[in-house]
Ligand binder design. Sequence first.
Ligand SMILES: Nc1nc2c(c(=O)[nH]1)N[C@H]1C(S)=C(S)[C@@H](COP(=O)(O)O)O[C@H]1N2
Ligand SMILES: [Mo]
Length: 240
Amino acid sequence: MGAVDRTVQHPKGTPVGRRVVLGLLGLGAAGVAAGPYLQRAQDTVAGKDPTGLTGLLPGGGGFRYYSIVASVPDRTAETYTLTVDGLVDRPATYRLPDLQAMPQRRTVRDVQCVTGWRVPDTPFEGVPLAHLLDAAGVRPEARAVRFSCFDGAYTESLTLEQARRDDVLVALRMQDAEISHSHGGPVRLYVAPMYFYKSAKWLSGITVTEAVQPGYWERNGYDVDAWVGRSNGRDDAPTV
Ligand SMILES: Nc1nc2c(c(=O)[nH]1)N[C@H]1C(S)=C(S)[C@@H](COP(=O)(O)O)O[C@H]1N2
Ligand SMILES: [Mo]
C-alpha cells in the first residue's frame, strides 16, 4: 500500500452531520491502513459534541491527529528553524530560543475543525505573527503570507490583514505545555478565528507574497477565507 493510502482522510462535504458520516465511511474504507495515523493525542481534552456523531470517531470529542504525509521528522530546540522571507527588507531565520525570548500572547478559544469536531477553551501561546512581520519589515507591495511546513508538503496562506490580527500566533505552547510532535511542535501556526486547517503544524517558513497562494486544503476545495461559522457553507455562528 502506497504512502497516499496511509494518510488520514479529511473529508469534504457540506452539512456538518453529513460530513462526519462521510468521514466515518472514509475511515472504514481506509481500514487498518489509516489506523496508525489517526490517533488520539495524549493531551486530549474532552469536548462538546455538536453533531452527536463525533463520539463515534477515534479520539471521541477531543483532537484528531491529521497529517497529509505518513511520517514527519522530529525537530528539537537544537534543530528547529523558522525562516521569514519573501517581500521583506530583513529576511531572518529564528531558532526556538529566539522565538521564546520574544513577547508572547495567550489566547483561550474553541478549536474547530471544519469536519465538525471541536475542542472548547483551548489555550495557545506564542509570538503574534504581526511581531515577526514587523521585525522583517514588510514591503509596500506585499498583500499576503504563505506558510510552509517541515513535513515537506502542507502549505497555508493568509492575507496580510488577516495575518496581522492579534489572535494569529506563531504558537510555541498549546494547553499550557510545549506543543507535542503530533500537534505540530515545536512550532505551529494558530489562527484562532478560522477553521483549524489554517493552523499549519510543523511550521518552518513564513514567506511574504504579492497575492494569496491557496494552501493544501484550499486547493482541495475548502475556503481560503476560513472564518469559523461563516465559510465552507456555514453561517451558523456569529464569531469574530
Ligand atoms: N502540516 C500540517 N498541518 C495541519 C494539517 C496537516 O495535515 N498537516 N491538518 C490541518 C487540519 S485539517 C486540522 S483539523 C489540524 C489538526 O491539528 P491536530 O492534529 O493538532 O489535531 O491541523 C491542521 N494543520
Ligand atoms: Mo481539519
